[in-house]
Write a protein that binds this ligand. Structure first.
Ligand code: DC
Length: 228
């Protein structure tokens, strides 16, 4: 019998969630779902269709037209599609990040994304990362982790990541964008970013992402064993 379990990894932008969640999913032989990519695809849809990001009613009205789909390539990597087009790279720009943050405050968008995420998780072993996985999407997750790191560590990591991709953004700009995103993610009315009461909090400012992944795998093996 294949094992069915769910691991929720939430936390602020740049804490290393996706790197860690990907590594954990590989080691536990589970499907990885990057839920942020789905909000990014909706954000990109609004940008491409000229829907003003400040107009929440227009976003709510138009979000049903954004056909977001998640598929897995032969290499097991997640690809995100918008109306059948693979937008996995297009959603990674700074513009798409801010658009994602804006659309993710709209309840209608969240309702749709959460429904899709639950469908993907059903009957599978999954590791999901996001902001509301432990609090809203998978309240009965086998293990919930809340991953944090100081603002400076997160900005430095993000800055480095961009440099590696050939994007030479000034550090101060990266820090400022992170601050803005934290602000919207934690202050929004609909499912704001917060730690679930039963989540394990890991501050990874002083840990390598490899160490964080090791720690989560151990916690997960224990939790899965207890649930079996
Ligand atoms: O993790 P990320 O940076 O790719 O997420 C993009 C935006 O989507 C971010 O501003 C927060 C939002 N988001 C969310 O509200 N809920 C999730 N489960 C995942 C992301």
């Amino acid at each position: 019998m294949p094992r069915v379990f769910s691991i929720a990894i939430d936390g602020p932008s740049g804490a290393g969630k996706s790197t860690v969640a990907k590594a954990v999913s590989e080691r536990l032989n589970a499907t990885y779902l990057d839920t942020g990519a789905m909000y990014r695809a909706v954000g990109l849809f609004m940008l491409r269709n000229g829907v003003p990001l400040a107009d929440r009613d227009a976003i709510a009205e138009n979000c049903a037209r954004a056909e977001v789909d998640v598929r897995y390539g032969r290499d097991g990597r997640q690809r995100v599609y918008l109306g059948g087009e693979d937008v996995s790279d297009a959603i990674r720009t700074a513009e798409a990040s801010l658009a994602a943050s804006a659309v993710s405050t709209v309840p209608e968008v969240r309702r749709r994304m959460v429904q899709l995420q639950r469908e993907i998780a059903r009957g599978r072993a999954v590791v999901m990362d996001g902001r509301d996985i432990g609090t809203d999407v998978l309240p009965n997750a086998t293990l919930k982790v809340f991953l944090t790191a100081s603002m400076e560590v997160r900005a430095r990591r993000r800055h480095q990541e961009l440099l590696e991709k050939g994007m030479d953004e000034p550090y101060e700009k990266v820090l400022e964008e992170l601050r803005r995103r934290d602000e919207t993610d934690t202050k929004r009315a609909a499912s704001p970013l917060r730690r679930a009461e039963d989540a394990v909090e890991l501050d990874c400012s002083e840990m390598t992402l490899r160490e964080v992944a090791d720690r989560i795998v151990r916690l997960a093996e224990t939790a899965i064993g207890e649930g079996a």
